[in-house]
Design a protein around this ligand. Structure first.
Ligand code: GLY
Ligand code: MN
Ligand code: MN
Length: 430
């Protein structure tokens, strides 16, 4: 795998203008309380370009007249620290196992990095990404600029899009991992559908997901799961996950594992009793149609806003047919009347981050889909108990979310394994 990362560094280096450099900060260890840390997770871009997973590391890629050189600053080897916290590669290991041309201890960065960027026209780095890092870059640039009174000034530029737009198009190694991540999450959703019973608590269902993810190698969720019974589903970022489940309600679960650093992101909404009521089914079918029609728009050459607009139109029409909205469908769509019930966007890029890197705009317009992109498609309708509608609709919150890979010939639903068809859901729950 180290050759894959080396190739990505080469690709990024070749995107730099001649005699420019890019600095990529690694993640630091984060603490939950006092000195109890979270498990370390490497910064996604740093990982994408190295596969290297030690905290407090920094990477530098330099394009010198077309020759690409990668350097890394890593934690110093330290017998005592390694007894407490585990093995460190040190600079030698970073060169040998991760194929960097140069490697240093991270406590040498202030003296070594300025030498490596001295004489460059411009230095890119992701602006505002990491606390304190902007100041460090400025210090290194100042230090480089004062090495030689006659050296030229170095410009500075945001490198976020350079890296993000590389990450936007997934290579075959990434697609393989993302298929596995999606499969693990799909399996967990199916187990939850089989296990849920009235009276269970939302947090038991959350625990079931985490267990099912971990059983197949996805120890961490890619984001905090949303396990929302009934009206809780109308709180879009509900993560309390601590209420008892009512047999007459739906359960919305938005949960996906992280597998080998890659996210999956699935939402399914299913009846806690195992049977949809007539009203639940009516609303569900509108969301399902929006999912299907929006997914059909995800193909090479289409504008990324096509699924958005399609989903808005299907949901507006459906809400009118149910009598939840009144008026002309086109007028209501123009007015944005659907936003009372469908208030988020249709989806987002998916990859190492659940809301993945990569631009949405290109040349002052929205991007067109290209093969290798992965997007979620996640329409929803949320009718809270406070909504100004007939009582029979209140407390129905539904989202259905799939992960869609854009292929040369159309698209591939990575999460098709877990049913979204209501009959199939009921059959699985029976
Ligand atoms: N799970 C986060 C999202 O769907 O965007
Ligand atoms: Mn999502
Ligand atoms: Mn989601």
């Amino acid at each position: 795998m180290s050759k894959v990362y080396q190739k990505r560094r080469q690709t990024l280096g070749n995107l730099l203008p001649m005699d420019c450099a890019i600095i990529i900060p690694g993640a630091d260890l984060k603490y939950r309380n006092a000195d109890s840390s979270y498990n370390f997770r490497q910064d996604s871009s740093f990982f994408y370009l190295s596969g290297f997973c030690e905290a407090n590391s920094t990477m530098l890629i330099v394009n010198t007249n077309g020759v690409i050189t990668s350097s890394v600053f890593v934690p110093r080897k330290d017998k005592l620290k390694e007894i407490w916290d585990g093995f460190r590669e040190g600079p030698e290991g970073a060169k040998e196992n991760y194929l960097f041309e140069n490697a240093f201890n991270n406590d040498e960065i202030d003296s070594e990095l300025p030498n490596l960027i001295n004489g460059m026209n411009k230095v890119f780095y992701p602006f505002g990404k990491k606390d304190g890092f902007d100041q460090l870059v400025i210090n290194w640039m100042k230090s480089a600029g004062t090495k030689d009174r006659h050296s030229k000034a170095i410009d500075i530029a945001d490198g976020s899009s350079l890296i993000g737009n590389l990450r936007l198009i997934k290579d075959s190694d990434e697609i393989e991992i993302m298929k596995q991540a999606a499969n693990i999450s799909a399996d967990a959703h199916m187990e939850a559908m089989k296990a849920v019973k009235p009276g269970m608590n939302e947090q038991s269902i959350e625990a079931l997901y985490l267990y099912e993810f971990a059983k197949q190698g996805g120890r961490f969720a890619a984001y905090t799961p949303i396990v929302a019974g009934g009206d809780n589903a109308c709180v879009l970022h509900y993560v309390d996950n601590n209420q008892d489940l009512n047999g007459s309600d739906l359960l919305l679960v938005d949960a996906g594992c992280e597998f080998k650093m890659y996210a999956s992101d699935i939402t399914r909404t299913f009846p806690i009793s195992g049977k949809f009521s007539a009203e639940q089914l009516a609303v569900y079918n509108v969301v399902l149609e929006a999912l299907h029609k929006a997914t059909e728009c995800v193909k090479v050459g289409n504008n990324i806003m096509d699924p958005q607009i399609t989903s808005e139109k299907v949901i507006t029409k459906g809400l009118v047919e149910l009598g939840i909205l009144e008026g002309d469908v086109d007028d209501l769509h123009q007015q944005g009347a659907f936003k009372d019930f469908y208030m988020h966007k249709i989806g987002h890029w998916l990859g190492l981050d659940v809301h993945d890197a990569g631009d949405y705009m290109e040349n002052d317009d929205h991007m067109l889909f290209k093969a290798g992109m992965v997007t979620t498609v996640e329409p929803g309708i949320y009718i809270s108990k406070d909504a100004n509608v007939h009582d029979k609709w209140k407390g129905i919150g539904i989202r259905i979310e799939d992960d869609i890979l854009v292929t040369e010939s159309g698209n591939l639903n990575l999460t098709a394994k877990v049913p979204s068809d209501p009959k199939e859901i009921e059959a699985l729950m029976a």
